[in-house]
Ligand binder design. Structure first.
Ligand code: GDD
Ligand code: MN
Length: 370
């Protein structure tokens, strides 16, 4: 599309998008650092806050009163790092957009260099990288470094990604390229850069800039053990070329964990409590369904997490949905088994039927997903 409208002389070149959740003590400090690092650049910063209980958004509003380059998007009833970044990027009209954390772990002094690379046309995407020479992740403990390296090697192998640090949360991209890819990105999860690079399938020219991942200033990290499942789900979704949605994959992965929980509970009920089989099986089913519900509420549907009374109500509906799902599962397996007596094929088809049913119906009635 061409237009006759000439860009204004003071149009912003760079937008820095900063996702925040409970970062009230960090935002003013970050803003001061941006102001110092970006002298000579026309820029703006958009904080995307998921209605932080600590009132981060309120602090940002005050900062915006003093500096009109500051904007705040306060999202209600939604959670998620990737979704927040996407929304922030799409809220800007600047030709170049950076994403960085609020906690000062990313090095804002790299921004002018990153911008220069994009403006010079040498790249479409510049990644702040801990794993190229000159960069480091000194602040990581050994466990986290190991996890990060392991995830990186999986991503590189399975998704054929050839940058050193696809897990980085610090990057700058041409907004026009991002807009093309945005409809295919997942709003869930933490790994927006990995998603972007995997979705682009080599169509982005990428340059990595080394930086040192610092220590968090105030507050705590929101990455928990669930981030591992999140990551695996994203890798699987990309491997199926998004044929299967990330949400469904997470739901199915949790479903298989639920099966393990079921079997362990059944074993304990039978052997440690000497319960009759029918009762033990019923107890195991309830434990597994509750486990599945709570984990789905924390991970698969973390962006619409139920709390309080809604949580209880959701749980009851989930029990109902799963009971019908079980009937569907057994029904399909039984009729298939009747046609061709392949126990594993019939069993797998039944289980698949059950999980598809549970997913489809619970997303309608339990979490009302979009
Ligand atoms: N809006 C919003 N919503 N922001 C969030 C959410 C959320 O649900 N969760 C986290 N954030 C914000 C935090 O407030 C912070 O500014 C930034 O996202 C990163 O979150 P941290 O909790 O500090 O993550 P981290 O430091 O453990 O991980 C970072 O580094 C990793 C590299 O090892 C992130 O940048 C990861 O994406 C990155 O992979
Ligand atoms: Mn951090």
């Amino acid at each position: 599309m061409s237009s006759a409208i000439a860009p204004s002389a003071d149009a912003r070149q760079l937008c820095v998008v900063v996702p925040t959740f409970n970062e009230r003590d960090n935002v003013a400090k970050l803003l001061a650092k941006l102001q110092a690092a970006l002298t000579g650049v026309s820029w703006e910063v958009i904080f995307v806050d998921d209605n932080s209980p600590d009132g981060t958004w309120d602090v940002v509003r005050q900062l915006a009163q003093a500096d009109t380059r500051v904007r705040c998007i306060r999202r209600i009833g939604r959670r998620g790092l990737s979704g927040a970044c996407i929304e922030g990027i799409l809220a800007s009209s600047a030709p170049y957009v950076a994403v960085m954390d609020a906690d000062l772990q990313h090095d804002e002094t790299q921004l002018p260099k990153m911008l220069g690379l994009l403006q010079g046309g040498e790249a479409d995407l510049v990644v702040g990288s801990r794993y190229v020479s000159g960069g480091s992740a000194d602040s990581f403990d050994r466990q986290r470094l190991g996890g990060s390296m392991f995830a990186t090697s999986i991503a590189k192998r399975l998704l054929h990604i050839d940058i050193a640090d696809p897990m980085s949360g610090f990057f700058m991209v041409r907004r026009d390229r991002f807009e093309q890819l945005a409809p295919s990105l997942s709003i869930q999860g933490f790994k927006i850069l990995l998603d972007l690079v995997a979705t682009a399938q080599g169509a982005l020219r990428i340059v990595e800039v080394p930086y040192t991942f610092g220590s968090r200033l105030h507050g705590e990290s929101k990455l928990d053990s669930l981030v591992v499942m999140d990551f695996l789900g994203l890798v699987l979704a990309k491997l199926t070329r998004d044929l299967v949605s990330l949400r469904f994959l997470l739901f199915a992965m949790i479903g298989s964990l639920g099966l393990a929980v079921h079997l362990v509970t059944l074993y304990v009920a039978l052997n440690a409590f000497n319960e009759p089989f029918a009762e033990a099986q019923a107890v195991a089913a309830f434990v597994a369904m509750t486990f599945n519900f709570l984990l789905n509420n924390r991970l698969t549907y973390r962006d619409q997490r139920l709390k309080g009374f809604a949580l209880l109500r959701g749980l009851v509906i989930f029990y109902l949905v799963c009971s019908i799902g079980l009937l569907a599962n057994v029904g399909v397996a039984f009729s298939l088994y009747g046609q061709r007596a392949l126990w594993w094929l019939a069993g797998a088809a039944g289980a698949l039927m059950g999980v598809v049913w549970n997913y489809a119906v619970s997303s309608l009635f339990v979490w009302r997903a979009r």
